[in-house]
Design a binder for this molecule. Structure first.
Ligand SMILES: [Zn+2]
Length: 186
């Protein structure tokens, strides 16, 4: 089932996600709905907060993006990133490389707003899967950026928080309008 996507201004986007202690039918069905919602919206990632749940649960799929490459090691083995998609990640822990790189980002909770954001050039992420397995992901390129963006969501952090002051100023009126519309519609 496709779910409504919460927009900037909705307080749930600022909520830190609770650990998912047990994968039950409710979590499986939420993850399936999140995948459907992300795919319908042509997104590359979606966090539980964006569909109204403050949980440590995110879905990612970069397989449809052809012009921004990714590298992936899954549990220590080199993998074709597209073949490993989609990812459903529970309770992720992220370690960041020191080196950063700037790249363009958008967010389904901020329609029509994109900005250059500095992110770590690569990451290591440890998480659990829906099957209860531990998974270790080493990622670079677009996948690394998406994982950082999604784990931020799980901690109530939004890409607007990471914009340069210049980018933020240039989007200020749009951000204000979006926030106002969201609050009005609640
Ligand atoms: Zn986002």
């Amino acid at each position: 089932m496709k779910l409504p996507i919460r927009k900037y201004g909705d307080p749930i986007l600022r909520a830190k996600g609770k650990r998912v202690e047990k994968v039950d039918e409710r979590i499986r069905s939420l993850a399936a709905d999140m995948l459907e919602t992300m795919h319908e919206a042509n997104g590359v990632g979606l966090a539980a907060q964006q569909v109204g749940h403050a949980l440590q649960l995110t879905v990612v799929d970069i397989s449809q993006v052809e012009d921004r490459p990714s590298n992936l090691k899954l549990n220590g083995d080199d993998k074709d990133p597209a073949s490993a998609m989609p990812l459903v990640l529970l309770n992720p822990k992220l370690s960041l490389a020191d080196e950063t790189v700037s790249g363009n980002e958008g967010c389904l909770s901020f329609p029509d707003i994109t900005a250059e954001i500095d992110r770590a050039i690569s990451v290591t992420l440890e998480a659990e899967t829906l099957e209860g397995d531990a998974v270790r992901i080493e990622a670079a390129g677009l996948l690394s950026r998406v994982l950082q963006h999604e784990v931020d969501h799980l901690n109530g952090i939004l890409f607007v928080d990471r914009m340069s002051s210049v980018a933020k100023a240039s989007h200020a009126s749009r951000l204000k309008r979006l926030q106002k519309e969201t609050v009005k519609g609640m």
